[in-house]
Design a protein around this ligand. Structure first.
Ligand code: ZN
Length: 292
């Protein structure tokens, strides 16, 4: 529908006609002209997240404090999963308001972390008998706090074919196009867990439901793997010790945060549009069956 509108309107009237989006930084934004975005102090995400030509990109805004002094993000009211403060606290039009989330406990989690760093991650995994490496600085690393833990997203790194966890630097520090951390947890080929960040990490991108699977609300696990063969079936192409550790670690996280198995998704299942991601390259049905 939005696409049709875009096609029949003259270009000059399109600034507000492309709707909302979620940028790779996990923030809700609006698809507008990059210059209009810059003029409002916003940041345009060059990934192909919006209809229209390259001049129309997903524009997100910075952080804010609402009238009660709670830190939030300036974003379109329709993308706010918490409450939008109508006071004039953000750049742009009235539809861009200071959005704060997590003021009340949500989701099925037993420990229900709210707007906090997940500083218990290492202990949770160690408590399950897993080998854990705490990466220096992890307790304070993240793009802000986690709003909650309602989902767990299972990834593979598509990294180098040698070494236990050669993707560590990338997952911790990011890439030229995406700032790290890009997941809270890493899983080496030996089954060793790497605890990388306690805060929000840029692993999910656009999802089926960002209030469960978005970066604010889902833990991301990047397991080392070359990503081949590109298949949905079985797990025979994964080292058994790594696969069993994956199952055990996710189980421990589910128990700690009360995440039901139905909310443990592969990135390929959570990502929208469908087909945007292929990871992990094992059967998620089999994986969830093992979680019980
Ligand atoms: Zn992924």
């Amino acid at each position: 529908m939005q696409f049709l509108v875009a096609v029949i309107l003259p270009l000059t009237t399109l600034a507000q006609q492309y709707g909302t989006c979620t940028a790779r930084n996990g923030r809700g934004g609006e698809c507008i002209n990059t210059k209009t975005c810059a003029n409002s102090g916003g940041t345009s995400d060059p990934a192909n997240l919006c209809p229209g030509d390259n001049s129309i990109q997903c524009c997100t805004y910075g952080t804010c404090k609402n009238s009660k002094g709670v830190t939030g993000i300036c974003q379109p009211t329709s993308t706010c999963k918490g409450s939008s403060d109508p006071a004039n606290l953000c750049p742009g039009g009235n539809h861009i308001q200071c959005c704060t989330v997590g003021s009340t406990p949500t989701g099925p989690g037993t420990s229900k972390p709210i707007n906090t760093m997940l500083t218990g991650l290492a202990d949770i995994l160690r408590g399950a008998g897993l080998k854990v490496v705490e990466v220096a600085g992890w307790k304070t690393r993240g793009h802000g706090v986690m709003a909650s833990v309602k989902g767990i997203i299972v990834h593979h790194t598509a990294g180098s074919s040698t070494g236990d966890y050669p993707s560590l630097a990338t997952v911790r520090d990011g890439t030229s196009g995406l700032a790290g951390p890009i997941a809270q947890l890493g899983l080496g080929r030996s089954g060793t867990w790497f605890v990388i960040a306690a805060g929000r990490s840029y692993h999910a991108g656009n999802t089926l439901d960002d209030s469960i699977y978005g970066n604010n609300n889902a833990i991301g696990i990047e397991a080392e793997g070359v990503g081949l063969p590109a298949t949905d079936s079985g797990h025979a192409h994964w080292p058994e010790v790594q696969y069993q550790s994956y199952v055990k670690g996710v189980k421990a996280l589910q128990k700690a945060y009360g995440v039901p198995t139905a909310r443990v998704l592969g990135h390929k299942e959570a990502a929208v549009p469908k087909g945007r991601k292929i990871d992990p390259n094992f059967s998620m049905a089999e994986f969830r069956a093992k979680l019980g």
